[in-house]
Design a protein around this ligand. Structure first.
Ligand code: PRP
Length: 209
């Protein structure tokens, strides 16, 4: 039987991914109790689930060592995308936004604004599209800290409930775009395992309806 690996983003998207696989009729008993194991066969199918960090899902799929991947649109926008994006999974919904301290006018003054983000490409592209020259600073996490500590004037980040912004005295000043999880497929794998992959995509699509 073919060995077709599906890289699944650990964390927020994992529970929703497993729920979708189960509704699609796949046995996820191993994926639901992963322990420290990172690769889990889906019984009676050619598939196995690989648990990875979001940017690595893209790396494994682009290199073809995983045929498919489940990853947020935010990560796809930040990284290259030499693969097929076949399905909007509808979960992991959030948005990319520019946020700044509530008590300050972000657009006041003429100096170059400093923007902190875990997504420097997205931040740079967004302000470029507005014709605004900004200085982008890469931050690895808890990016809300950057304006609080005086490192930046604003942040570009994902916002889901808005509670992290509110708890830190920040507010959304612009929404960049809506985001959700996507199913991606390696281009060569789509040719090599077309039947199996299309059946998998169909069953996932059915599970979402
Ligand atoms: C994300 C994001 C925000 C928060 C938004 O961080 O970077 O900080 O979630 O969610 P909310 O609008 O529901 O409050 P995550 O928890 O992934 O951790 P990180 O900040 O370390 O990246």
């Amino acid at each position: 039987m073919a060995d077709i690996k599906i890289a699944i983003t650990k964390g927020r998207l994992l529970d929703n991914s497993i729920a979708m696989f189960e509704r699609a009729g796949y046995d996820c008993s191993q994926l639901k109790n992963p322990g420290r194991r990172l690769i889990h066969p889906i019984p009676d199918t050619p598939f196995s689930g690989v648990l990875a960090k979001a940017p690595d899902v893209i790396t494994y799929v682009e290199h073809g060592v995983c045929a498919m991947g489940i990853v947020g649109r935010d990560t796809i926008m930040e990284h290259s995308h030499d693969f097929y994006e076949v399905l909007d999974l509808g979960f992991g919904k959030c948005r990319f936004a520019v946020a700044a301290p509530k008590d300050k006018d972000f657009y006041a003054g003429y100096e170059t604004k400093r923007i902190a983000s875990k997504y420097p490409k997205v931040a740079h592209d967004y302000f470029l599209s507005k014709g605004m020259d900004v200085s982008v600073i890469k931050i690895e996490g808890s990016v809300e800290l950057a304006p609080l500590l005086g490192l930046s004037d604003a942040i570009v980040d994902i916002v889901e409930t808005g509670s992290t912004l509110a708890a830190n005295g920040l507010e959304v000043i612009e929404t960049i775009c809506q985001l959700s999880a996507r199913l991606i497929v390696n281009t060569a794998a789509m040719k090599l395992h077309r039947t199996e992959i299309l059946e998998f995509v169909d069953r996932c699509r059915g599970a979402l309806e």
